[in-house]
Design a binder for this molecule. Sequence first.
Ligand SMILES: CC(C)(COP(=O)(O)OP(=O)(O)OC[C@H]1O[C@@H](n2cnc3c(N)ncnc32)[C@H](O)[C@@H]1OP(=O)(O)O)[C@@H](O)C(=O)NCCC(=O)NCCS
Length: 188
Amino acid sequence: MKGHPVAYSRSVITELMVPSYTNFGGKVHGGTLMSLMDKLAYVCASKHAGNYCVTVSVDNVQFLRPVEVGEVVSLMGSVNYVGKKSLVVGIKVVAENLQEGASKHTNTCYFTMVAKDADGSTAEVPPLILESEEDVRRFCSALQRRRIREEGVAFMKDYKSAFTDHYAVADLLSDERCVLSISDALGS
Ligand SMILES: CC(C)(COP(=O)(O)OP(=O)(O)OC[C@H]1O[C@@H](n2cnc3c(N)ncnc32)[C@H](O)[C@@H]1OP(=O)(O)O)[C@@H](O)C(=O)NCCC(=O)NCCS
């Protein structure tokens, strides 16, 4: 299968933040930004895969700074990593105040997308051609995030299956802001 360089599917969405996008506090809804990010992830992933793609998970969603009405939001996306049937699209979000000419970085997050063929079965994706040190760094970082996620899933599976037997719940919760209001504190 012929690979594509990162530049092949790199994409940008730019959108003016209008009043209908705001929450009750007058700032742009986090969900509005999530929707734009999801669209951009789809564009990058489908372009690289040459197939329809679905969103399977999103890592590192943080809203570091509020976005105001009237600001122009630019989302820059590129495929950072390719597995067998999945791709990771990294997205950087920047908001600009046009009058002041000031830009702020509001979020960087990572969408994992899975390619599907015309029958709806998961489909293999082309390799990613890494042409710069930045491409290699992003690919390696995505690989490490994938490893951490897989270790986290395995840890929680083990933790949940052993919960009542192996963990001293009262001890674990002793410094937490909760009150154990059951007669038999688990594992204590
Ligand atoms: C995405 C989906 C097809 C994966 O199904 P699956 O049976 O787990 O598929 P596979 O086991 O063949 O895994 C395919 C790839 O997805 C990855 N994957 C599966 N679950 C994942 C998760 N929770 N997080 C990240 N990657 C995941 C696998 O690691 C694998 O990657 P690889 O091929 O690069 O190694 C299935 O979960 C699905 O259809 N989800 C709904 C997606 C959707 O509708 N999204 C829109 C939002 S509602």
